[in-house]
Design a protein around this ligand. Structure first.
Ligand code: CDP
Ligand code: CDP
Length: 219
């Protein structure tokens, strides 16, 4: 298969990373979780107690963000430190939209994402992949689902992981993060004009994977 680029964008918990990981494995593509990069930058802001983009960026330059695929899943590192669990904490989740709205942070991380994309066939998920990071992507998917369903999916996931959560609170947090991500000045969450809209409400992971793989194989 030729070196294809697939962009998956959409709101929080619409299934982007779950689906992208499976498609990457099936089609032999690199998988890049750009949300994990914004989350790692947010963990630096919290660690250093700073909102200054240059401070966050210089820390990341000294301690680069990297990914490691293991049997347990994809691990995320900042330098030699494993931050896989840290970047999924509520504290990071509740601050990530602020850090992701900082223009200098976006410029820095988008350059990293484009450098990784130059290495080979790739599937990337995020908010601005089809619009900004990979505007020439061969296939662009805008994956959505109702906020009720997305909150229920995250609730179920947290329950399995033993993370205490309240469904209504989770729903409000997801809706608020979507609002911030969609209304920010820099690279807001929006469907690229040439992206396919895919509503996963009531659909299984396998159905979504199949749809994307069929489109990719037809390229
Ligand atoms: O998995 P979940 O939907 O909770 O979020 P994520 O993909 O890990 O992304 C976390 C946050 O990073 C989003 O709410 C956005 O604020 C930001 N983000 C972004 O601005 N641009 C991207 N390409 C990816 C994520
Ligand atoms: O990456 P994003 O935040 O868009 O979502 P995710 O982390 O891939 O998916 C959130 C949760 O929804 C996970 O627990 C998935 O297993 C689940 N999911 C689902 O139940 N049905 C789907 N069609 C897609 C995802």
């Amino acid at each position: 298969m030729k070196k294809i680029q697939i962009a998956i964008d959409g709101p929080a918990s619409s299934g982007k990373s779950t689906v992208a990981k499976i498609v990457a494995q099936d089609l032999g593509l690199i998988y890049l979780d750009t949300g994990a990069m914004y989350r790692a930058a947010t963990s630096v802001a919290l660690l250093k107690q700073t909102k200054a983009p240059q401070e966050i960026i210089s820390y990341i330059k000294e301690n680069p963000i990297s990914f490691k695929n293991t049997k347990q899943g994809q691990l995320v590192f900042l330098g030699s430190k494993d931050v896989t669990s840290l970047i999924r904490t509520n504290e990071v989740t509740n601050h990530v939209s602020f850090v992701a709205a900082l223009a200098e942070i976006r410029t820095f991380l988008v350059a990293e994402q484009q450098r990784i994309a130059a290495e080979g066939g790739i599937i990337m998920d995020g908010r601005d992949i089809g619009t900004v990071v990979l505007p020439q992507a061969d296939l662009k998917i805008f994956l959505v689902a109702s906020v009720d369903e997305r909150a229920k999916r995250r609730y179920k996931e947290n329950k399995l992981k033993g993370i205490p959560t309240e469904l209504e609170k989770l729903k409000a947090e997801i809706a608020e993060r979507d609002r911030k991500d969609s209304t920010r000045a820099n690279s807001p969450l929006k469907q690229a004009t040439d992206a396919l809209l895919l509503d996963s409400t009531g659909k299984s992971i396998q159905e979504i994977v199949q749809f994307i793989e069929q489109k990719a194989q037809a390229l």
